[in-house]
Design a protein around this ligand. Sequence first.
Ligand SMILES: Cc1ncc(COP(=O)(O)O)c(C=O)c1O
Length: 403
Amino acid sequence: MSPVSASSQTLAIEGGSPVRERLLPYGRQSIEESDIQAVVEVLRADWLTTGPKVGEFERAFAAQLGAAHAVSFSSGTAALHAAVFAAGLQSGDEAITSPLTFAATANCVLYQGATPVFAEVSSDTLNVDPEQIAGKVSAKTRVILPVDYAGHPADLAAILKIARKHDLVVIEDACHALGAEVGEERVGGIADMTVFSFHPVKHITTGEGGMVTTNRAECAEKLRRFRNHGISSEARQRQNAGQWHYEMVLLGFNYRLPDFACALGLEQLQRLNGNLARRRAIAARYGAAFRDVAGVIPPAVRPGVNPAWHLYPIRLDLAKLTVDRAQVFRALRAENIGVNVHYIPVHFHPYYRERFGDRRGEFPVAEAAYERLISLPMFHAMTDQDVEDVIAAVRKVVGYYAR
Ligand SMILES: Cc1ncc(COP(=O)(O)O)c(C=O)c1O
């Protein structure tokens, strides 16, 4: 379909027929019969939590990513909290992170009584810019917390270089980037600690859930204690050893991922490579389709990386359109395309404005991106027809509003 014919169709928002009958969400899980069987088996067995599936899932996950250790958590947010704790982040410290992320990335720093310090993002990947990080390092900095936005790995080599110079810990928020590669290596064994989420819209799901991977045994030990109230042993170890005695050695939380969730994770993990391949094929199709749609800027990919494509965020070239992002968003929703926006910059949120003052205007690259971003549907269960519907709707709407 050429842009000319696309622009001649009446938009659904103006009373025309929508591209699809039913809403296509921007992301969703896929559950197969084998997932259900795996969960049911655990429900019929002895251990609903702190049982054998936890270690099985963790070992399989670490092996997939080439990391020495993996520690599971009840959510990606809990995993982030544990990681900043294990890095030694405490009251008075600072952690440098991206303003263009889900609030949980910065919130975990606040949980430890420390301060998130935002650094501007690069205009191509929208990942935090290492040069900007370097300019924010202070005597209080303890952690650098880059985010792999949309599944494109942050510039880890440059960030690790800064960290080693100043003796800082790098915690990679890879909640978007399970399976992303830098060269031949998967993220998970590159940063000091790497954090993943198993929310239903992610590459694999456990309902809610998260994981931290690390090559550092002392970090893995701290992470395990932190998720279990700060207690030095687990109930099953004590039962097996016929012991009742335990010691709480640090102030932890109950952030455990139950066995039936780990069983689901184990099943889903077997399909990770297939899920990644499908997401990459969808991204390639989108990229080819949008290359010559005036007004649409597809996401950039730097040489040497293979993104995991949690999201597919296009940016609108507003100079080429007669309307703003909000109108394009509404028009795409009317076509039954479940678009979304990732993210409202963290410093825009009322909580951050009240606590740290109104900092809007300080991060022009992130803020200009926010005004232009629209996340298109991206999930591994999308059919070819779903993908073509999204492309047709974008051409129809953007073509209609083209200058
Ligand atoms: C970048 C980022 N960090 C952290 C999280 C938190 O993960 P969870 O929802 O598993 O707590 C998310 C969740 O979507 C995220 O997108």
